[in-house]
Design a protein. Structure first.
Lengths: 306, 263
């Protein structure tokens, strides 16, 4: 196996009393797309900015393309594209001008006009940055990360503020980059984004990796299949589980909202309905779900994203 | 590997930094374009000095500058003001907002090294100052300024402007690198006004109360203003002028390089 493109081992980062990253480890294989998924404040940006060389690891090791992002910054900068979460351009600069300036800093930049067209920025060429919409600013920022033809790109919430169409276009672009051999590391708090785009997902919460794997592995490692029962709160979940086939797990996710995991088949549904009939419970709904990454996240952290 | 032709996009990695000279030139031109587009900055760097110069022809009606023709007294002060407005106020405000909007952070992730960014900024400041000095001295001549000192005065002008730029520029970066952008804006403008009125910049030190002379001579504004007035009166400026500007440049520059926060 070749050297990982990014390797983080036991990273700890604190801001005063607050621990933003608490012993986080991850590894990114070259040529793949890796998503760091988590709610706001999980430590995603701190982690990615440490990889970008903006912060020195307080404890732990960070290697990017085999190099130290702080001490080897000069060698890394041309090879690594960066998209900040916000800002990064002069308020008075025109979109094309900013991109041409970035291109001028690299030896073999992409064709600026073609890149502008590809990202749908053709219409706002002479618009100053402050007058661009949030989505246009995001796309310009993405273009700035790509223009130098980097080997590795770090994208901090690349689709935040984009409309669904632009989001889809960004996904397609990231897919194309993977095809061209570019390694992508992105942060997101969109489950569907992580699921659709990435080869590898790290679910991060409170500064730690709480689960890692391919989207399929992560989903299957959780409840295989789920029945959602909505009824009165505080049912006796232990007794309900005992009346169902062995290995069935029941838990009340929120008052009155029960997740029932196990082998989902008509007998299971009949069993649930029978238990409800025996106990005088009238369910408001019983539905069958294929578990998504979102369910998995909820299960792992006990909280919704954002 | 072939270079991409117009209209095609090949994302295959092909990293590399542009030559340093090209990066610095690009950064300098970028800064100049942004400056030229910013009306407030132009007001500060050209319009106010020009107005003061025109008023200078009749300044006796406003304030007594002392013996001699008022245009000859006020022109060196206006040149000093132009240097301060560009290298201090303008630079501090622009840099403060670059920090605020993560421009410095983003450029820090590009191949442009930090010294390249600084060189680009210095280059832009020097270009703007050159334009200012050419415009202001030309207009001053048109309204009757008679500079003394010949070529030696020109040599002193270049030296003092460079030293003044180093001193004021370091002070500007010290403020911009530590305070929030809004605070930088306020402080840079306040200092500009205070030094313009009370810093020995425009008005000769002899017109200030005697007890303040020593203090004013130690300010970069007093040193630069007084130095340029001596130069264009055909005198060699006092050695203290060079010392004061150099000390400010070294101390403020050292502090700025240690405290500057890029985001």
């Amino acid at each position: 196996m070749s050297l990982p493109a990014v390797e983080v081992r036991d990273l700890v980062m604190k801001y005063g009393e607050v621990t933003a990253v608490d012993g986080l480890s991850l590894s990114v294989e070259a040529g793949t797309v890796t998503a760091i998924l988590g709610p706001n404040g999980a430590g995603k940006t701190t982690t990615i900015e440490t990889c970008e060389g903006f912060r020195r690891p307080q404890s732990g090791v960070v290697r990017v393309l085999g190099l130290n992002p702080v001490t080897d910054a000069r060698a890394l900068r041309p090879r690594v594209g960066v998209m900040l979460q916000s800002g990064g351009a002069w308020v008075g600069v025109r979109a094309h001008e900013m991109l041409r300036h970035m291109a001028s800093l690299y030896a073999h930049p992409l064709n600026v006009e073609a890149l502008i067209e590809r990202l749908g920025l053709g219409s706002c060429g002479t618009t100053t940055y402050r007058r661009l919409s949030g989505g246009q600013q995001q796309r310009l920022s993405l273009a700035m990360a790509l223009v130098g033809r980097p080997e590795l790109i770090f994208l901090d919430e690349p689709t935040a503020g984009l409309d669904p169409q632009a989001r889809r276009a960004t996904w397609d672009l990231i897919d194309e980059l993977r095809g061209a051999g570019v390694t992508t590391v992105l942060t997101t708090h969109f489950m569907d984004e992580a699921e659709a785009l990435s080869d590898q997902v790290y679910i991060v919460d409170a500064g730690r990796v709480i689960a890692a794997g391919t989207p399929a592995e992560l989903v299957h490692a959780g409840e295989e299949n789920t029945v959602r029962l909505v009824a009165e709160p505080s049912l006796d979940v232990t007794k309900l589980a005992a009346s169902l086939p062995d290995g069935t797990i029941v838990h009340e996710r929120q008052p009155g909202d029960y997740a029932i995991a196990g082998v989902v088949n008509p007998e299971l549904l009949a069993g649930i309905a029978g238990w409800c009939a025996d106990h005088g419970v009238l369910p408001r709904s019983i539905s069958v779900h294929r578990q998504t990454l979102e369910d998995r996240f909820l299960e792992l952290t006990g909280k919704a994203l954002r | 590997m072939t270079e991409p032709t117009a209209g095609t996009l090949d994302f295959t990695p092909h990293p590399g930094a542009a030559p340093a000279a090209i990066m610095v030139r690009s950064q300098m031109l970028m800064e100049l374009r942004l400056l030229a587009r910013n009306g407030e900055q132009l007001l500060l760097t050209l319009v106010i000095p020009l107005l003061l110069l025109i008023m200078g022809t009749r300044s006796d009606a406003v304030v007594d500058l002392g013996p001699g023709r008022s245009i000859d007294i006020i022109t060196p002060g206006v040149l000093a003001l132009a240097v301060m407005s560009t290298s201090f106020t303008s630079l501090a405000i622009a840099t403060g907002f670059e920090r605020r909007y993560s421009v410095l952070k983003r450029l820090g992730a590009a191949p442009l090294p930090r010294w390249g960014l600084l060189l680009g900024k210095i280059g832009a400041v020097v270009v703007v100052e050159t334009v200012q000095l050419i415009v202001l001295t030309s207009v001053a001549r048109l309204v009757g300024w008679h500079p003394q000192g010949g070529w030696s005065a020109l040599g002193w002008l270049v030296l003092l402007v460079l030293l003044g730029t180093a001193a004021f520029g370091s002070l500007g970066l010290l403020i911009a690198g530590t305070l929030r952008a809004e605070a930088t804006l306020a402080v840079a403008n306040l200092v500009y006004v205070l030094l313009l009125i009370g810093g020995g910049l425009l008005v000769p030190l002899t017109r200030y109360p005697g007890s303040t002379h020593r203090l004013l001579e130690l300010l970069p504004s007093g040193a630069l203003g007084e130095g340029l007035r001596d130069v264009f009166a055909g005198l060699n400026p006092d050695v203290s002028v060079v010392v004061v500007l150099t000390v400010w440049a070294v101390v403020a520059g050292g502090l700025a390089s240690r405290t500057f926060r890029w985001e």
